[in-house]
Design a protein. Sequence first.
Length: 371
Amino acid sequence: MIGLYIHVPFCKKACIYCDFHFSTKLNQTEQFTNALCQEIHLQERVHKETLSSIYFGGGTPTLLDSTQFQAIFTTLQNYFHIPPNIEITIEANPDDLTPQKLNLLKQLPFNRLSIGVQSFNQRELAWMNRSHTAKQAEYSIKKAQDIGFFNLNIDLIYGLPSVESIQQSLEKTLALNISHLSIYQLTVEPKTKLAFEIENARVTIDEKKALDDHQIIMQTLTQNNYEHYEVSNFCRDKKYAVHNSNYWKGFDYIGFGPSAHSKIGALRMCNISNNQRYYKGVSAQTLAFQTQEKLDEQARYNEFIITRLRAKWGLDVLDLKHTFAPHFYQYFNQALLSLNPLWYSREDQLITLTEQGMLFSNRVYLALIMA
Ligand SMILES: C[S@@+](CC[C@H](N)C(=O)[O-])C[C@H]1O[C@@H](n2cnc3c(N)ncnc32)[C@H](O)[C@@H]1O
Ligand code: SF4
């Protein structure tokens, strides 16, 4: 079983904080779809695999049309075994979710919708340069629920340098009865408009605001029966995101489209983050648009620590012992002694992060990985 990711590299406009790969040349979606289907045809080593989940991410996958989606699903069906009822997610921007688009998505094999809301506050959305309004976000969620998309996630961002509070977004989220939430702390990525504004002293980021927001999030969501099951993810009724959970459990995945990553055993592949060069590489019928690396044991140990500790399934010390050479196990046990005991808990061989540990997860990883 393997998870499958498709990267759709188009957005209507650039959000101030974002460094994901996308282009605003929306007239290239047809060319992209053709190249993507050709790439799937070229990647023979994964043909006939049984898929555990499918995830359309971006960019903005909801910019594709009916014919393009159908071409992609037909190609996937030709090359993979897709068991019935596996999770098939699409990331969506609220402004694309017209009743017609929602009906189309419902007729296609998608059974989970992840809507990028970011905030329900109009001033915050304008500051982020989002392509939708707060009203559109709320409307798109209600419409999605009306037509039967109950397996629904929304993305929110906290730690925004505005006077508005995360409280308003949380209250709206609760009122809309959403089963899964991804809530990310605003990060300043190099070369983004946000980084530029900070460099020029037009924006300041307040660490204290992020900590205050985090406290409000934890309090509000735990009081309302959400389980904090991964650093940035919360759900009700055990509705864990299957595709992403499989990353955190260390399962293999294959990614198609510009900038998509793949993991097959110790191999890590990465597609080029440039649409023109991707189209050209694919049409040359080679895999020249892709770099491939075999991770050494230390890199795999570091990856093991970071992925396993993110989620509630935790890190199995015996698994670590059996997977890596003995000195990695010794290093881990030694490093664990230096870790703040309030940041993790241990039950037999299973180590999981506490709420505090999740808050300071980057410091936990730094303490346990091998430099
Ligand atoms: C790559 S986006 C794709 C989803 C879709 N295009 C959208 O924006 O609604 C996935 C999510 O990553 C989060 N994200 C992207 N850049 C971020 C940053 N610098 N800091 C915090 N969250 C970020 C946003 O919440 C976004 O919804
Ligand atoms: S956050 Fe989403 S919509 Fe905004 S630029 Fe990034 S990928 Fe595009």
